[in-house]
Design a binder for this molecule. Structure first.
Ligand code: PBG
Length: 338
């Protein structure tokens, strides 16, 4: 066999083989850019604490705070003024119990924050995360039962509690509720409860493909929601599965979801693409706490250029097919635009 050295010939760089022409200047690059992230694509998550507690920055999430209602309102106003159109609220209750009953207290932190934001910044879309883990003393996303000596989360006993919580947030004025518990049938249960309460305009953004992920670590500090025993693998998905994700999405669509979500985002870009290619509903992706903290930690050490990596990450999530990105970077991203 003869080896031939590849030497560039005039033919190899003939006029129609020069893609670099399209990268020559910043204005040309802007002209041909295929994916552009706008502040309007982002959903900004916020953690609300009771007014009796102080405002505290989350140690593992620099720039993210546990806020009281009036501070959440200020943050909502800042976000709206910078072009962000939606918030996702998480609540830290006054007390926890076995069934998360503080979550449907009409005077709870999330309900109070929804009302206050709707009064002060009525144009902004308010979404509320629906789950029991921030409200239960055991930290699991549903009701715990004893199955022959093994503790397990009971699916069907959990559904009415999630529905009750969702109706409570919706009655306070939430535009969307976002169930993140991964119980079977929760979208249908919540849809039915909302409709029965004449809250037919309130939408459901379903955490359809939510994986049992190590990337939620910092969030559990922020939301004080770490499970007190075991893990979430009997309800959240196995990171290895994408066909199962499509099945979860299909069920949520059938049950009445208005938007579907993939979570986390970065290690699951193929799942986002599959969601986009298989369904016509808006697809959201959650750029989760661990993804955020890794960027912050490496940037703090000077190992990476934080803002540049943030842009690249958000662009990749949108390029993969997400219409909406839930991200703790939202405000920082919006501040750097314009
Ligand atoms: C509640 C919930 C979690 C997240 C969103 N909703 C944590 C979990 O499932 O343990 C994670 C968000 C993040 O990591 O940023 N079930």
């Amino acid at each position: 066999m003869t080896t031939k050295t590849m030497t560039p010939t005039l033919d190899a760089v003939s006029p129609d083989r020069r893609p670099r022409r399209l990268r020559r200047t910043e204005s040309i690059r802007t002209l041909v850019r295929e994916t552009v992230v706008r502040p309007e694509d982002l959903i900004y998550p916020l953690f609300v604490v009771p007014n009796t507690r102080p405002k505290v920055e989350i140690g593992s999430m620099p720039g993210v705070w546990q806020l009281r209602v009036r501070e959440v309102v200020d943050e909502a106003r800042r976000a709206y003024d910078l072009g962000i159109r939606a918030l996702l609220l998480f609540g830290l209750p006054e007390y926890k119990d076995g069934i998360g009953s503080a979550s449907w207290d009409p005077a709870g932190p999330v309900q109070s924050a929804i009302e206050a934001i709707k009064r002060a910044v009525p144009q902004i879309t308010v979404m509320a995360d629906v789950c029991l883990c921030e409200y239960t003393d055991h930290g699991h996303c549903g009701v715990i039962v004893d199955h022959n000596g093994t503790k397990d989360v009971d699916n069907d006993q959990t559904l009415p509690l999630l529905a009750k919580q969702a109706v409570s947030f919706a009655a306070a004025g939430a535009d969307f509720v976002a169930p993140s518990d991964m119980m079977d049938g929760r979208v249908a249960a919540i849809r039915e409860a909302l409709d029965d309460a004449s809250l037919t305009d309130v939408g459901i953004m379903a955490y359809s493909a939510k994986y049992a992920s190590g990337f939620y670590g910092p969030f559990r500090e922020a939301a004080e929601s770490a499970p007190q025993f075991g893990d979430r693998r009997s309800y959240q998905m196995d990171p290895a599965n994408v066909r199962e994700a499509l099945r979860e999405m299909e069920l949520d669509v059938e049950e009445g979801a208005d938007m579907i979500m993939v979570k986390p985002a970065l290690s699951y870009l193929d799942v986002i693409r599959a969601a986009r290619d298989n369904f016509d509903l808006p697809v959201a992706a959650y750029n989760v706490s661990g993804e955020y903290s890794m960027v912050k930690a490496a940037a703090e050490r000077g190992w990476i250029d934080g803002p540049r990596v943030m842009n690249e990450i958000l662009t990749s999530i949108k390029r993969a097919g997400a219409d909406l990105i839930i991200t703790y970077h939202a405000l920082e991203f919006a501040e750097k635009q314009g």
